[in-house]
Design a protein around this ligand. Structure first.
Ligand code: PLP
Length: 374
């Protein structure tokens, strides 16, 4: 199998698995227990908190572990009636905001340009003319990899009494992410996008930020998120973050090279394609391409039959292949948006795999176009 779907999820790195294993076996104490077994688990959780915080430029006590990015996004927006967000958010933010609106809240969606980028001045204008309680923006888009100019927005929002939430799930561990440089009050993270385990993430909370408890119970995590911690998952998250701390820069260079090789290969071999997203502000391993006169689902299935895993931008989770809301917000016509494929590369991918994908993709597109009614 050639796996080019790392923005969906990544394989667990062997070092992460090795770090987690003792906590699935002999070290099983409850971190809230005062005895030795509990203290051992607590020490591991706190070590992981430090490892994750360190990659963010945050203090460990500012980090609250969650069940993933979705929970962190939901928590960040809960309790806010006036929300400013963008048209290219992940569904975890989009639907959290819509849920607030269904309860009588007010949500403003900021448009993006044709590269999918937000204009910082537009955010400041909208915030200035509203009673927004929170501005929630994605740092790197999961579909296109487009990176937003959030540091410029964060510095301008600091002068206002509005919270700034950043969904950094796709950016964290792939590009430098620093809570102070970005001016974040709240930030969502997830472990499984960086070769950590699934079902664990975190919400960063700047000191002084008023945040309602998310779950009520035994007083865990400073009474903010009650529930016995997912110790093995948290340890894995910490280990994955620590690996990124050492590997990120080198990996980013290698992945950008592979991504550019893939882009070049497709552009040279297949006509009538359009690159989606910013080419100058983009995640190292992400490439989103629309193939004219073809449905992305058919390309995905064709590649799947060849043992290649990629993603289409459509919202297939709802059972209908709707064109991506991200590409539509960028002004792509629906038919072009419906032909978009996301290739997302990760740490084990090679140049030979990139060349293999280009070679197999070319006849698939030719075949599908020969059958196309467009
Ligand atoms: C930008 C972004 N936010 C949030 C999430 C949700 O994270 P999780 O899968 O950990 O719930 C994802 C996952 O795809 C994402 O890409």
């Amino acid at each position: 199998m050639i796996y080019f779907d790392h923005n969906a999820t990544t394989p667990l790195r062997p070092e992460v698995r090795a770090a987690m294993e003792p906590f699935l076996g002999d070290i099983f104490g409850n971190p809230s227990s005062p005895h030795a077994a509990g203290r051992q688990a607590r020490a591991a959780v706190e070590m992981a908190r430090q490892q994750v915080a360190s990659l963010l430029g945050a203090s460990p006590q500012e980090l609250h572990f969650t069940s993933g990015g979705t929970e962190a996004d939901n928590w960040a927006l809960c309790g806010h009636d006036q929300i400013v967000t963008s048209a290219v958010e992940h569904p975890a933010v989009l639907f959290s905001a819509q849920a607030r609106r269904d309860l009588g809240g007010d949500v403003t969606f900021i448009p993006v340009d044709e590269e999918g980028r937000i204009d910082p001045a537009a955010v400041v204008d909208i915030v200035g003319s509203s009673d927004a309680g929170v501005v929630s923006l994605i740092l790197a888009n999961n579909e296109t990899g487009t990176i937003q100019p959030l540091a410029q927005i964060g510095s301008r929002l600091r002068q206002r009494s509005v919270l700034f939430h950043i969904d950094a799930v796709q950016a964290f561990g792939k590009i430098p992410v620093d809570v102070d440089r970005l001016g974040a009050d709240l930030m969502s993270l997830s472990a499984h996008k960086i070769n950590g385990p699934k079902g664990v993430g975190a919400l960063y909370v700047r000191p002084g930020t008023v945040l309602a408890p998310w779950t009520h119970g035994g007083g865990h995590d400073g009474n903010l998120r009650a529930g016995t911690e997912n110790v093995a998952g948290i340890v894995g998250f910490g280990a994955a973050a620590a690996l990124r701390q050492t590997d990120m820069e080198e990996d980013a260079g290698r992945l950008s090279g592979l991504r550019d090789r893939l882009e070049r290969g497709v552009l040279e071999s297949i006509e009538d394609v359009v690159i989606n997203g910013s080419r100058s502000h983009r995640l190292p391993g992400t490439l989103n391409i629309s193939f004219r006169r073809v449905e992305a689902e058919s390309i995905l299935l064709g590649l799947d039959l060849e043992g290649i895993a990629v993603s289409s931008g459509s919202a297939c989770t709802s059972g209908t292949a709707e064109p991506s809301h991200v590409l539509l917000a960028m002004g792509r016509e629906p038919r072009l948006a419906a032909g978009a494929i996301r290739f997302s590369l990760g740490y084990q991918n090679t140049a030979a795999e990139v060349d293999g994908v280009v070679e197999l993709l070319t006849p698939i597109i030719q075949r599908l176009r020969a059958l196309s009614v467009y």
